[in-house]
Design a protein around this ligand. Structure first.
Ligand code: IYR
Length: 223
């Protein structure tokens, strides 16, 4: 089947070696300051900022350029409360019986528990959905490809864009997450992927004193 897209010249900025290294160092320094935040300030954040951050995320590469994602930006306090209540209901079961002892031990340093006040405190909850397939109005299904990989990349870009804009985030995975499809009235082709509170950290916000793996543990160099 013939289905060719027009081709256009690539817009690409080529930097000299030292500028390239400087930019890479600077970008790492910026990303190094990103932390998962569990204590949010209720201070408002303009929707325009959230919209730009989502626009950045939506530039992610995807299988056959299907862009298999939907981002729901929830600012409505009543809806945030319902999301919190539903998430806490699942988390109470998770902590009481679904999570293994090893899992609970691994989480102890993060002091997480079934209470999720950040789901109401953060001005925005960005809920990322992956679109398993596309549905035409006539009911015809179209396949998407590498959906999890694509949405994972887009979500990483969302976190980086939010951080760059000066917003704190948390990658939250209440489990199971089907309540998000119901509460946000999502169609059958969408599955919840991740719930990301976004906003400013609370003044008294504290984060675990964690360290990141050194480069020689994560990078294998074949000369
Ligand atoms: N979803 C639970 C548990 C949890 C699991 C992992 I892995 C984390 O890194 C953090 C929390 C919760 O949100 O409490």
């Amino acid at each position: 089947m013939e289905n060719k897209m027009d081709r256009i010249p690539l817009e690409f900025t080529r930097y000299g070696t030292s500028e390239m290294l400087e930019r890479a160092v600077g970008f790492h320094a910026e990303l190094e300051r990103r932390r998962s935040v569990r204590e949010f300030s209720p201070e408002p954040v303009p929707f325009a900022v959230i919209a730009e951050v989502v626009r950045a995320a939506s530039t992610a590469p995807s299988g056959a350029h299907k862009q298999p994602w939907t981002f729901c930006a929830v600012g409505d306090p009543k809806l945030k409360r319902r999301i919190r209540e539903a998430a806490e209901k699942e988390e109470r079961i998770n902590y009481a019986s679904r999570m293994s002892d090893e899992w609970l031990r691994d989480l102890a340093v993060f002091r997480t528990d079934p209470h999720k006040p950040f789901l109401e405190d953060a001005p925005w909850l960005v809920v990322v959905f992956k679109r398993a397939y596309e549905l035409e109005p006539d009911g015809h299904k179209h396949q998407n490809y590498y959906v999890t990989e694509s949405v994972g990349i887009a979500t990483g870009m969302l976190l980086a864009a939010a951080h760059h804009a000066g917003l704190a985030t948390l990658t939250h995975t209440p489990s199971p997450m089907n309540f998000l499809s119901t509460l946000l009235d999502r169609p059958a082709n969408e599955r919840p992927f991740l719930l990301i509170p976004m906003g400013f950290p609370a003044k008294e916000c504290r984060v675990p004193a964690l360290s990141r793996k050194p480069l020689d543990e994560v990078l294998v160099h074949f000369k």
